[in-house]
Design a protein around this ligand. Structure first.
Ligand code: NAP
Length: 517
């Protein structure tokens, strides 16, 4: 292996004064550049449009971080055509060269680590540790997929037969539409884009309209690392306007999407329609929502650790993780005591501007703020409000961490993805009941079981139907190549980002057989 073995990046210890100071300096540096205008990038060309939109700081909604261009269907066409032209040479680039480009990008990200994290503190409302973990994961994706590409480029094993020389190898697909969400605005965007590019595809990257600034920085880094013009085309603009033309374009060969179920299903449906001139079935990789459950059994190892695990899973990054715990199911024997401890710990969480590094920052924007506050009002009718339940968007989009008790399985707050700091707590009669309740969902992304009972854990291993199941630990915080990540059912196509099958989604196998005469 020409690279050192893959290792996950360590997190920054902000308890050390020098690291805390470095982060404060980085935030000041990003802030000093606020308000700049950023172009689209098509075939390396910087393009501006008549219509613009702003990226704002959700902690301080009047602060404009950047001005971005609204793409148009014509520019979508230009971007896909540029990517299609670049594909002809990029697909012939040696896999080793593409891997080196990713590794160089990882080195640049390591040098700019605090600046990238600071950008997410300001643009996505992440506290320092959440932002730092996002940057660390992005670096992990680059380093892991670089190494994975080398593995996939090796001759693949076959059974030999006499008189033939047989080969099986992987080739790229073509032009991909990459459509990531805002909640891991660097890690997920970088993972999806870099996997597509390292395998020899070219892409049109349409970032979330909530986090275009960090997306722009990713593209700059990839350019600096050596990605040629046309390989990554950067197209900002509302998904509702540029999404359809991008998905429907006849030269789009695949779509990698991470976001809500509604948008994912729409993309899947549109991609299935054959456009004029299209000569393939489009491949859709869609990672969607979650309604993730933690089960607390009657007998657990550490009460305090379990309480911390639940509160971290439910309220880390304001509950805006697809893996966030939004349902807590407690065995009736522990119900009152455990719920009380969760409520106490939740009450101690500090909510405030992300740059001040509180436990919880704001939610991402006005749309999320209205939708989550609406769910809180619904929850007040469906369950018993135990803490939180208040919200204030006068300065930024702040919502207090909210816990509802005695939530029935039929409740909307039990069934629907809220994607905010709202936890529904329900009581189970016994472990079987808890497992049945946990599986009562259209989603199947993450879940966790706290139990001392080996047989209960073994039952959950088989029957808790989620893509990422954890025992005696929180249900968030998947690490690259440690916990390959992706869900079942309406949580998506189970693509397992950060796993060893992932690059295959961006490749197709070619079998060549020569008769030896
Ligand atoms: P979203 O509203 O579905 O948006 C995701 C992306 O799709 C954005 O770039 C968005 O662009 C774009 N988009 C919107 N409408 C589109 C359309 N008609 N055609 C094509 N693209 C369109 O989701 P989000 O709010 O960003 O992210 C939160 C969701 O992501 C949650 O449901 C969460 O569970 C899920 N998620 C899942 C995973 C996983 O691995 N399963 C990981 C992270 C997040 P605009 O911003 O311009 O609208």
């Amino acid at each position: 292996m020409p690279f050192t073995p893959f290792q996950n990046q360590a997190y920054t210890d902000f308890g050390k004064p020098e690291n805390a100071q470095a982060m404060r300096d980085a935030i000041a540096k990003v802030r000093a550049e606020a308000g700049k205008e950023y172009p689209l990038i098509i075939n390396g060309e910087r393009i501006t449009t008549n219509e613009k939109f702003q990226s704002i700081n959700p902690s301080k909604k009047d602060e404009v971080l950047g001005v971005f261009q609204k793409g148009t269907p014509e520019l979508v066409d230009k971007a896909v055509e540029a990517a299609a032209r670049a594909f002809e040479s990029w697909k012939r680039t040696r896999p080793e060269t593409r891997a080196v480009v990713l590794q160089r990008a990882a080195e640049i990200m390591k040098r700019r680590r605090h600046e990238l994290s600071a950008t997410m503190v300001l643009e996505a409302g992440k506290n320092w540790a959440e932002a730092d973990a996002d940057t660390a994961e992005a670096i992990d994706f680059l380093e892991f997929y670089a190494r994975e590409m080398l593995r996939y480029s090796q001759p693949q094993p076959l059974t030999a037969i006499p008189s033939e020389f047989n080969e099986y190898f992987y080739i790229p697909l073509g032009v991909g539409a990459i459509i990531p969400p805002w909640n891991f605005p660097l890690a997920i965007l970088c993972g999806m884009s870099s996997a597509a590019v390292v395998t020899g595809n070219t892409i049109v990257l349409k970032p979330s309209s909530d986090t275009p600034l960090i997306a722009y920085k990713y593209v700059e880094i990839m350019e600096e690392a050596g990605v040629p013009p046309g390989v990554i085309n950067f197209l900002t603009g509302p998904g509702s306007k540029v999404g359809d033309p991008l998905v429907l374009h006849p030269k789009t060969r695949f779509i990698a999407f991470t976001g809500s179920m509604e948008v994912g299903l729409r993309i899947n449906e549109l991609a299935a329609k054959k456009s004029e001139g299209q000569i393939w079935i489009k491949r859709v990789i869609a990672e969607m929502g979650g309604k993730d459950t933690i089960i607390i059994d009657e007998d657990i190892y550490s009460f305090d650790e379990a309480v911390s695990g639940v509160v971290t899973s439910a309220f880390g990054y304001q509950g805006q993780k697809c893996s966030a715990c939004s349902r807590l199911i407690i065995h009736q024997k522990l119900y009152e005591d455990f719920a009380e401890a969760v409520i106490e710990k939740t009450k101690a969480l500090k909510v405030g501007p992300a740059e001040e590094n509180p436990n919880m920052g704001p939610v991402i924007g006005s749309g999320a703020f209205s939708s989550i506050s609406e769910y809180i009002e619904i929850g007040k009718r469906e369950g018993k409000l135990a803490t939180g339940g208040t919200y204030d968007d006068s300065v930024g989009f702040f919502i207090q961490p909210t816990v509802f008790l005695d939530v029935p399985e039929t409740a909307r707050i039990y069934q629907e993805e809220i994607f905010g700091p709202v936890l529904a707590v329900s009581k189970a009669n016994d472990f079987d009941d808890a497992l049945r309740m946990a599986n009562n969902s259209i989603y199947g992304l993450t879940g966790s079981v706290y139990s001392r009972n080996r047989w209960h854990l073994e039952r959950a291993r088989e029957d808790f139907h989620v893509g990422n199941l954890y025992f005696n630990r929180k249900c968030t915080g998947a690490l690259v190549d440690v916990h390959p990540f992706g869900g079942f059912n309406m949580s998506g196509t189970d693509s397992k980002a950060g796993g060893r099958d992932y690059l295959l989604l961006f490749l197709q196998g070619k079998s060549v057989s020569e008769r030896l005469l």
